[in-house]
Design a protein around this ligand. Structure first.
Ligand code: FE2
Ligand code: FE2
Length: 332
């Protein structure tokens, strides 16, 4: 058994399962915390052992809360691609259960979205990721509408780790929170959320050694990294994305002072949605744990942005960010 999974997994697979199931079908990742305890699942669940997919639970079987808790270390499980809509439906139903606490729903929504956010960067099929993101962001907007306090819970669940997909999802969530506070209509929130989710899509084209480097970048690496807005714009243009989404991607490193990149736009020239992403992106970067520096606390990050970095941002939006984060404080 793979050591990273630990001793608590006892899949009831047999040799035949391994021979027949793996490699014949494609799989997508899910988090075990999105599974409802003691209720039959409506899809098949697999784990990866030594690089092979192994049947862990079949549709119709259930799992106890204790077992789920013990499996959380393993984190990632797999569902056959052919059962993707069954899994989506399963999560959707859970999000609409009245008796479930808002905090639990927020967690399920975030956890079930993380794997899609991961696919945005790992899956070569960008068209599909762009399509899937519509439903994902719409789910977040519906959740925010149904539960006014839900955004605060979502924000307080931010992982503060450095993986691009976590970062993208968190920037997406913060941006929706900020868009909501400044009164964006639903259609605009959808574009904003998707733009924020894809703001760093251009990093797909930056060398992985640079993206994952455990330490500050040298000049050449930095120059390469700074090209990600252009790379991203190219990708989103190829896929006919909206001007708003393209702006979130291409303009999120611009500064109100005119000293950002890549176009050195200033103040009002920067698209309003890109101004939001500029704030949420920096905030997430400052509060994220990296191997070479300590993360700032939410209040320290906001204080830093509101003093030292303030001239870079839209002042009204920076103020609005305070109230988004204040809600988070109330929830936690
Ligand atoms: Fe970026
Ligand atoms: Fe970013």
């Amino acid at each position: 058994m793979a050591s990273f999974i630990g001793e608590s997994i006892e899949p009831w697979q047999n040799e035949q399962d391994m021979q027949t199931d793996e490699n014949i079908q494609k799989f997508f990742k899910i988090r075990i915390s999105t599974i409802i305890p003691n209720r039959p699942i409506t899809f098949d669940l697999y784990i990866m052992i030594n690089g092979r997919y192994v049947h862990y639970l079949r549709g119709g079987e259930s799992i106890t809360a204790e077992k789920i808790a013990s499996l959380e270390r393993a984190d990632v499980f797999y569902v056959p691609e052919s059962q993707r809509s069954d899994y989506k439906q399963y999560v959707f139903q859970r999000l609409n259960e009245d008796e479930l606490a808002v905090q639990t729903k927020a967690q399920i929504l975030r956890e079930s979205s993380l794997t899609l956010a991961e696919e945005i960067f790992e899956n070569p099929d960008i068209e599909r990721a762009l399509n899937d993101s519509k439903e994902l962001v719409a789910n977040f907007i519906d959740f925010m509408e149904a539960h006014p306090e839900g955004m605060a819970h979502l924000i307080s669940l931010s992982s503060h780790d450095f993986y691009t997909y976590n970062h993208s999802l968190d920037v997406g969530i913060y941006s929706l929170g900020l868009g909501q506070v400044v009164g964006y209509a639903k259609e605009d929130l959808l574009e904003l959320g998707r733009g924020a989710l894809f703001h760093d899509i251009g990093k797909r084209n930056v060398a992985v050694e640079i993206i994952c480097k455990k330490g500050p970048l040298n000049d050449a690496e930095w120059a390469q990294m700074q090209k990600h807005p252009q790379y991203g714009l190219r990708i989103l243009t190829e896929h006919n994305c909206s001007e708003a989404m393209k702006a979130c991607c291409f303009e999120h490193h611009e500064s109100f002072l005119g000293n950002g990149y890549p176009q050195q736009l200033s103040g009002p020239e920067i698209h309003p949605m890109a101004r939001i992403v500029a704030i949420t992106d920096t905030y997430d970067a400052l509060t994220t744990k990296r191997s070479y520096n300590q993360p700032m606390s939410p209040s320290a990050a906001l204080e830093f942005m509101s003093t030292k970095l303030a001239p870079r941002y839209d002042r009204d939006l920076l103020k609005a960010m305070q109230s988004v984060l204040f809600k988070m404080k109330e929830a936690s």
